[in-house]
Design a protein around this ligand. Sequence first.
Ligand code: ZN
Length: 843
Amino acid sequence: MVAALFRHVPIATVRTVRKVACFAAIPLLLVAALQASRPATSPERKLYTELNALRVDPARVYHIRRLVLRRDALRIAFEDGILGLFEPLGGRIFGAVFTGNARVLATPRDPAEKQSIARFLGAPLVDTTVNKAYLRFTDSTGEELEAFLRSSGAKPEENADFLAAWSPVVASLNPIISLRTLRDLESASPLPFFRATLGGSEHGTFEVSVDDRRREQLLLGQVKYREGGRFYDLWAMFPRQEGPAAPAIAAPLRFTLDSTVEDSLALRSRATLSLHLLRDGERILPLTLSRELRVENVADAAGQGLEFFQNEDMSEQEIQRHGDDVFYVVLHEATRAGQDLTLEVNYSGTVITSAGNGVYYTGERGAWFPRPEDSGEFCPFDLSFRWPRKLNLVATGNKTEELEDKDWRTGRWTSDAPTVTAGFNLGNFTRATAEAGSVRIAVNANQQLEEALYGLLRARSTVQGGITPVGWGRTTEAWRGADMAAMDLAAARAVPLRLPASVIVQLAKDISDAMLSLEQWNGPFPFPRIEVSPLPAALGQSWPEMMYLSTLSFLPKETQQRAGVAPRTRFSFSDLMPFHELAHQWWGNLAGAATYRDDWIMEGLANYCALLYLSSRNPSEHTLAQTLQDYRADLLAPLPQGSGIVDDIGPLALGQRLTSSLAPGGYPRLVYPKATWVIHMLRMMLQAPGAPTGPSGKDPDERFRSVLRALLESHRFRALSEADLRREVNRVMTPEMGLEGMRNVDWFFEQWVHSTGIPRYSVDYKTTASPKGLVVEGTLHQAGVPETFLARVPLYASGAGGKRVLLGWVVTNGAETNFRFSSPVKPDHILIDPNQTLLAAVQ
Ligand SMILES: [Zn+2]
């Protein structure tokens, strides 16, 4: 498996949520200390502090019955209990708490969301009783509660126990909501939210919310702990029925990043962001930046300092951004759509660490500079660096200068095209170059292996069995695991393992070869150069004009074998990863993914392209067929505790949500094999049915290539979505792909991308002689999927001497579909899809 990524989706999914509403109260002292860390100077910070300080109003506690709040697909019925309203702020009420009996009902419309809830809760909807509720809102809930109290004639009552019980909980939960509330209070066109943190005996503490600042406004989920990790289990997230999501506040026009890497490896940067404003009336602009980096100041174009909030609230973004952090800048004036805005942000922190033996790990590769939240926009980057002279630094873009000055080097890189991100890497590199047409390829390698990997290899070289590096899709990007305790670091240091230069030269040649091969599928390589550099971690990553490869990818396969690296691990790191990441230059960096729900397209296409290249390089090795078999076995493998098979983790369209407490490494475990299979099935369907040639009589993959090319041409340096892929497939689909007379392939995407399920097939048949020849008739049995599952299953007769003849296709229609074919041979047996055109288990 290749833990390979694009854009700014880090693999560290456990970091999804660090601080989410929970009824376990944070000690008041700690909250007070956090608030005191910054002086309350600006009006916005003063308001923020006031929001944090909001408490239940002792004069507004009521015994209530039958209060019902409805928000889209959400219904909370407060049957009987005590309701306490928050003290008003500026005449408005922003919160309330409840103790008693309440019933929560949430019913998403989308079947995939229902299925997701069912996986977490055992039923396709939330229908449960709770006894505590912490409500926060900027919508009309306050007015609604007051109107209810008036009309029901409820009288306020003294309840010291109620107040005492809620006081610490409110104190600990408020800071999580305050910035979200502040954004609406400071906005001339607020986008309100309603959020309830609920506690009951059935599901523990969970959250339901409707937030018009989210693209998918409705959210149901909870924090869960498992295997030492903290997860945010997103039971469901979907758009509200009425009203589209609001556009982003700003799109980037240009990033200018001026950075120094200190001797201590600390990064100190000044980022100049040119932004184009898309929405009116907002005073608070959310930007993402790694929490490892501390913002020192923010200024506007005139050099005036701006108030900002960093790391005060980590709930909303953690749910959505999977590890990227948000900080908020308070603008002097409200935004006006159509205008441009320039911001300067100074920040510093540690994102580079030493991995030993002169190897460095560059972390936070997608979040080392500030950018507008929710922005997948492409734009130019201008990077400048100053770094210790003893090190080499590589970066995305065209290096226009590099100078030396005593102990320091400086350099500047400008992007050749609008790009979705930018990055850098550094180390003590040796370098080899190659060319592919006019594209220049440079491979930078560490001169030694980092301590951890070398130690791991040494320790395991004497042990039976293969090693499987941990860290794929898990909490760590470094080599880590119980095995490391046994490693012999002293020995590793005494005999440093050097990489032979020939390996680096060969890798450069291989990448050149692969680039020319992939151009046959995807069109010209989108950049004039590619810079390859290592990461001491079990992952690869592809940035525009730059690839990070795991240090294991640089290690000769023979050395890996000697050290006991498992064959599939060797295949993943040495064979697949370099070309998977190379293919991401088209799929991820030329065209990007529009939302988290489209990430699978990039992973599937990048991986499939790599497999096509490997298959063309060594046709006799049948790499594609073998890998598809392995992937099928991976998807059919049982999950622990009898919770189904890997495919049951969830549909591809859930993206990073597949990683949860139920499946800690769920996203990479499912997405690589399944997305690769989905792309393969599309290619197989697009080949002319039953014929080795395409519509023009030459290329069987003419339609498939046409889909790839059209997508890349229509989305040059832009993001694409599943809808775009469907449209291109529909454009070139064969009549046979329109099962049940449909003129589109929606059935295919619904089954394979928005649902789970791998069909199992078996066949009963008999052969009879007729005047016209042999007739094979029988029944194809389909199991493991819903009755409505559609597939076009090819059946072959295997005759005497193993001769294989295509009988025809059976379009499944429920659990049993009858067929009748004439056959030129008397079948010894019938083969179901022997050429692997379908992801299915065949008996
Ligand atoms: Zn990838």
